[in-house]
Design a protein around this ligand. Structure first.
Ligand code: NAD
Length: 368
């Protein structure tokens, strides 16, 4: 059994803008090490397309072993058109799915918070998004992205058939629902669970298990159920009705991208993927911005590093028990925005456009 090293942070920048945004996270970690004497041990390695180019695989055994040893994995992003033609099992995204699955990171937390300074960056009217604070808890290691059988097969009439299987067990549902209920208690105490119980048996099981866990252990939390397609509609109609949204892997993928646009830019939203704590209280976890490798802007120095920096704030809070430091970092981000600094994706009238590294430096200067 490989032990988790308490202060070990593994940086996996990946592809596209990944290295640009993770470079800013590295500066933040170094600042905490130098100024606050926090003894983070940083390691860095390849993942995704860049790993495929060098080693013929998007995730080497060596990097996987390092991931097993690390309390925190900070991932940038993987993928891009360069690897479109690569065989499916070697695609950059397979590295991510393997890390999530093998490290058993079953609970994906995706906050969607609308910063007051950026209310106008949303495509929705300010009154709809102002004060928005949603937490999406997405199941991450089950459902249709992992279910078997899967594949593309020839069928009799010369056509081909693509197959993916959507499955959930009771335990897979209950453990992620527990995370959602526990987090709701620290917020506005409301969970809306989303599935398609009207047309999918796995959705029906999801609804029943969430309800029975609620009735057994979380009667004090307000629970309601919503069909996932209705949730997609309600998110743009009246997003402030939501506190915690609990949902499966596939619907969570889509609903969280939708929620991200309520806040203005993909470049602002962090995420945490958490495993279960073992009997020694150790937990494996991976933190990453919710955006991808953004090949359209890679190498230009314009990527917004805030999502990655806020992902590290989540790591401070959930993996390292450093709540005060997490708050300080989140506040530093707010202050940089208060000063009118904006990367290109969130730029608006009368604000000052800054590069990726200038935004990182500004946030660090606010930490001083
Ligand atoms: P994307 O998130 O990379 O980009 C979508 C749009 O948002 C682009 O216009 C991009 O410029 C912009 N954007 C994203 N992050 C930004 C940031 N930090 N600052 C400013 N603008 C930002 O999604 P996509 O274009 O659909 O995917 C590109 C590649 O990334 C694909 O290969 C995809 O598979 C991969 N991907 C990886 C992850 C991951 O590593 N977790 C997630 C999603 C997509």
């Amino acid at each position: 059994m490989i032990k988790v090293k308490k202060r070990r942070v593994l940086l996996l920048p990946g592809d596209g803008i990944g290295p640009e945004v993770i470079a800013e996270v590295k500066k933040v970690i170094n600042w905490f090490n130098e100024k606050k004497s926090l003894d983070f041990e940083i390691d860095e390695d390849l993942v995704g397309g860049i790993s495929f180019d060098k080693h013929g695989t998007p995730l080497t055994d060596e990097v996987f072993y390092k991931a097993l040893e690390s309390a925190v994995i900070m991932l940038g992003a993987v993928g891009g058109p360069k690897w479109d033609g690569v065989e499916f099992s070697k695609k950059p995204e397979r590295a991510l799915l393997k890390l999530r699955k093998e490290l058993k990171l079953f609970a994906n937390l995706r906050p969607a918070i609308c910063f007051e300074q950026l209310v106008n960056a949303s495509t929705l009217k300010p009154e709809i998004v102002s004060g928005l604070d949603i937490l999406i808890v997405r199941e991450l290691t089950g459902g249709v992205y992992f279910g078997e059988p899967r594949g593309i097969k020839p069928i009799e009439n010369g056509e081909r058939k693509g197959v993916n299987t959507h499955t959930y067990t009771s335990n897979e549902i209950i453990r992620v629902a527990r995370v959602a209920f526990d987090l709701a208690k620290k917020r506005s105490n409301r969970v809306i669970s989303c599935e398609k119980s009207n047309v999918m048996e796995a959705g029906q099981l999801w609804k029943e298990e969430v309800q029975s866990l609620h009735d057994k252990d979380y009667k004090d939390v307000e629970l309601s159920h919503m069909l996932a397609d209705n949730c997609a509609m309600q998110l743009v109609r009246n997003p402030k009705q939501f506190d915690v949204i609990l949902t499966d892997n596939l619907f969570g993928d889509m609903l969280s991208d939708e929620a991200s646009m309520l806040t203005g830019s993909l470049g602002l939203l962090p995420s945490a993927s958490l495993g279960a704590k073992n009997k020694d209280g150790e937990m494996r976890a991976m933190y990453e911005p919710i955006h991808g490798s953004a090949p359209d802007i890679a190498g230009k120095g314009v990527a917004n590093p805030i999502a990655s920096i806020l992902s590290f704030a989540m790591a401070l809070r959930y993996s390292l028990d450093l709540d005060k430091e997490a708050e300080a970092l989140e506040k530093a981000v707010q202050q940089a925005l208060n000063d009118g600094l904006r990367t290109k994706d969130i730029m608006s009238d009368k604000m000052k456009e800054v590069s990726t590294s200038q935004m990182g430096d500004a946030i660090i200067s606010k930490l001083q």
